[in-house]
Write a new protein. Structure first.
Length: 135
């Protein structure tokens, strides 16, 4: 009888662990990973040699920040944060950090309207630096 109880408890424990692993990714979302990925792509944009590449990486930055339901999300562009959560802004619980990220997303949307590579690169470098300061 005792062996059955131990075996049963092991199976219950295994099932609970398996359930935690299988939870949707959003339940495990960590906005800091999304912010880091957004900063990385802003850096790629700042180093771009063409407007098309700069814009592509700024779109990636914006997609990481706002997530699929956010303002400016472009489903035609890649979302390098798709496996990290729902976007840094939706996943952020700190009000001050969320406000900062919203301001940075606004800057990214504005930079995407520019047709001047030097301006986009300058804006992308600023966005990368600001994302590096988000805690």
């Amino acid at each position: 009888m005792m062996k059955f109880r131990v075996l049963k408890n092991k199976w219950v424990g295994f099932a609970l662990c398996a359930g935690l692993v299988a939870l949707p990714l959003a339940a495990h979302a960590d906005a800091s990973d999304e912010v880091a990925t957004a900063a990385k792509h802003a850096g790629f944009s700042a180093q771009a040699t063409s407007l098309a590449v700069a814009d592509t990486h700024l779109h990636h930055t914006l997609n990481c920040l706002v997530g699929p339901g956010g303002r400016g999300f472009d489903a035609k562009q890649a979302n390098p944060c798709s496996s990290q959560g729902n976007g840094a802004i939706p996943d952020t619980t700190d009000a001050a950090a969320k406000k900062t990220l919203e301001r940075i997303a606004y800057r990214a949307r504005r930079a995407l309207t520019s047709k001047d590579l030097a301006t986009v690169k300058k804006d992308a470098a600023r966005i990368q630096a600001e994302l590096g300061n988000v805690k």
